[in-house]
Write a protein that binds this ligand. Structure first.
Ligand SMILES: N[C@@H](CCC(=O)N[C@@H](CS)C(=O)NCC(=O)O)C(=O)O
Length: 355
């Protein structure tokens, strides 16, 4: 049944869910989703708790699979309403794309759909499967989980079912699922379709590119991904090999931000955006859940804290795309290998301090 299913359309995928529901007893309520067995399941691909670590217990992030761009004359033309963005508010990588979408005035041109933060054994569910406040049903393809989109795009897809997903409604496929590339697409591909003041915003200016690339490289490895490497480590050695460089990089960032409003030059660049999405989650989640507790941001890094608070409280693109309810619920609920009780801590109070 499954090889047929994987070769056919999303309607069959939906039908098969229905089928599985009757045949194998699928329990669904707003907080808990459990499929009790299936003929062939994709849980090795969709269930983060079944994800394998390396032989030494360290976590290695797999590369994204769909890496197309949007450009005039290409397969994916920059057109109004042709593209759709799927995100989780919980996910730092997806939130990068939400921030840039808002900064560049693309909200009308590229609508967005938000998944539920409860990433379970079938991966990210939409609101018709798990009606969490702020989550949406999929209005485009009628997918019930993000994995349905991946199989719609490529019936033999064998990677992970990650967000963000930039979807093409014309060709019914994924344009790109790598946030660092999606934000560069958003930075320039639609400039002829937005007001001039939005087109003028450039988060990757030519003259700062070398510096931005240099900072992005170590911030990605030790900070953005460093928190995951700490939290998903299965051995003491692998954990310490991640958490110590993470805090060495925070010390370095603290020095870079002393007396400065932005990381590079005196303008907002993608380096700020890429760092912000990790720092805003740090005290509420990474300190506790991922054991990144050598220091907190609010207690140990005054310059980083001020930079974060200024971005959050003065730029709607940062505040309006931050949802602490989704962030905290997602991490503490979705990784029972890290937090088996799924209890979500109450603090810190407040999630972010006033300016
Ligand atoms: N390289 C990707 C990473 C995206 C990613 O790992 N997203 C996570 C959520 S924060 C996800 O969807 N994980 C689901 C899974 O691995 O099953 C990007 O930056 O876009």
């Amino acid at each position: 049944m499954h090889s047929l299913l994987r070769r056919t359309s999303i309607s069959l995928v939906r039908h098969s869910h229905f089928h599985l529901r009757r045949q194998f007893k699928v329990y669904t309520n707003s907080r808990n989703i459990h499929a009790m067995g299936s003929a062939k399941d994709f849980a090795d691909q969709s269930d983060i708790n079944r994800m394998k670590t390396e032989a030494d217990g360290s976590f290695k992030r797999a590369d994204a699979s769909f890496r197309n761009t949007i450009q005039k004359g290409g397969r994916f033309e920059p057109e109004k309403y042709r593209y759709h963005l799927y995100v989780s508010y919980a996910c730092p990588w997806a939130t990068r794309t939400l921030i840039v979408r808002k900064l560049k005035g693309l909200e009308e041109i590229i609508p967005v759909t938000v998944v539920s933060p409860h990433m379970g054994d079938s991966g990210w569910p939409f609101a018709d499967v798990d009606a969490f406040p702020g989550a949406d049903a999929d209005p485009v393809e009628g997918a019930r989980h993000v994995k349905d989109l991946y199989f719609r795009a490529q019936s033999d897809y064998s990677g992970r079912f990650t967000v963000p997903v930039l979807w093409d409604k014309t060709l019914h496929t994924i344009v790109n699922n790598e946030s660092s590339e999606i934000i560069r697409i958003f930075n320039s591909a639609f400039d002829h379709l937005v007001p001039p003041e939005k087109a003028a915003i450039d988060i990757y200016p030519q003259e700062l590119r070398a510096q931005i690339d240099e900072v992005n490289a170590w911030v990605y490895d030790t900070v953005n991904n460093g928190v995951y490497k700490s939290g998903f480590a299965r051995t003491q050695t692998a954990y310490e090999a991640a958490v110590r460089p993470l805090f060495a990089s925070l010390d370095r960032l603290e020095k870079m931000l002393e007396g400065k409003q932005y990381l590079i030059g005196d303008v907002l660049t993608e380096a700020d955006i890429r760092l912000f999405v990790t720092i805003i989650r740090f005290d509420p989640v990474y300190v506790g859940h991922f054991k990144c507790n050598i220091r907190t941001i609010r207690g140990g890094y005054p310059a980083i804290n001020k930079w974060m608070k200024t971005l959050y409280w003065t730029h709607p693109a940062f505040k309006d795309t931050t949802n602490f309810e989704h962030i905290k619920t997602h991490y503490y609920w979705s990784h029972p290998m890290v937090n088996p009780t799924r209890v979500v801590p109450v603090g810190p109070i407040p999630d972010i301090e006033p300016l």
